[in-house]
Design a protein around this ligand. Sequence first.
Ligand code: UDP
Length: 355
Amino acid sequence: MTRLLTIIGARPQFIKASVVSKAIQEMEGIEEILLHTGQHFDANMSKVFFEQLGIPKPNVQLDIHGGPHGVMTGRMLAEIEEVIQAEKPDRVMVYGDTNSTLAGALAAAKLHVPVAHVEAGLRSFNMRMPEEINRILTDQISDLLFCPTETAISNLQREGFTHKPMRILQVGDVMQDAALFFAERTATPVGLDFSENFILTTLHRAENTDDLQRLTSIVNALNHVHQHVAPIVLPLHPRTRGAIEKAGLSLDVTVIDPVGYFEMIWLLNHCGLVLTDSGGVQKEAFFFGKACVTLRDQTEWVELINVGANELVGAEQERIVQAAERHFGRDVKDSHQLYGGGKAAERIVQTLVDA
Ligand code: UDP
């Protein structure tokens, strides 16, 4: 019996881990111990996903959030180390690119516990992103690299991973598994009564929220688009809410609290365009047949640019407005098997059992 310690802590990790946890429960020969670091802790950033997606209650609940990166990652490292020593897992599995990912991988690797990384090989080539640092370091100390795309595989090849001892596998993207699995489970966001077509927006990347010039330009663009192109619905991330308040900016769009995954599916189904700086939401736009305009200078999901489903516009007001006008109402066909077709979780768990 393989004892797997799964480490999660942030919203996208709950969504990714939900489908893998289901696959683990259906497979013989593997048991999961779930550790939640506490990185995201608001009910609408954490609890709602456990309830909606049927994720088992974490076996270990830490309470580590906020503060500078070093403090947060350091505290996680120390506390996860203790858990690994007590639980003695055969393997640790981490997801994506947050501080919880890096801390979990580092604690395990130092204790000689093999690490599996889900979403390995993604790169933005922007070292100012904390996520880029987390993912590069996590890949280096993992022995099973579960890549979502061909691009991720070639990134690792370019970095010389083919000459290293770790195993690199293209398994597909667990977020497509989640989108397919939960596609019918839509829920109208409370209080949102929209008869008109709208633009779904999310905004939370540090490169946008922590840079006053970029934040101001994006807020101005959103206000303009909301007035002149189509109404914007924005489930606002707590970090962005804080940054906007601190900067004294006024956001004149339909702002709602962060929503659960089923409400997100409703919004994705009903919108006419997605405008986002999220990694996951760029792909979900594609899974739900909507064009995406991305408020960043790079993306890890370059295949969406290549098939014309996504346009990168950065933070410049004029470019955002023009792209929103151009893409609003444009449907996108997900006819390309870019993300593994919903079988990623199964492939991952089978590999873990066989390893
Ligand atoms: N999401 C959600 N509610 C929201 C905003 C996003 O459930 O109010 C989901 C979204 O559908 C996607 C995931 O959270 O599945 C993306 O997470 P996020 O944008 O926080 O992180 P990223 O993907 O950029 O790492």
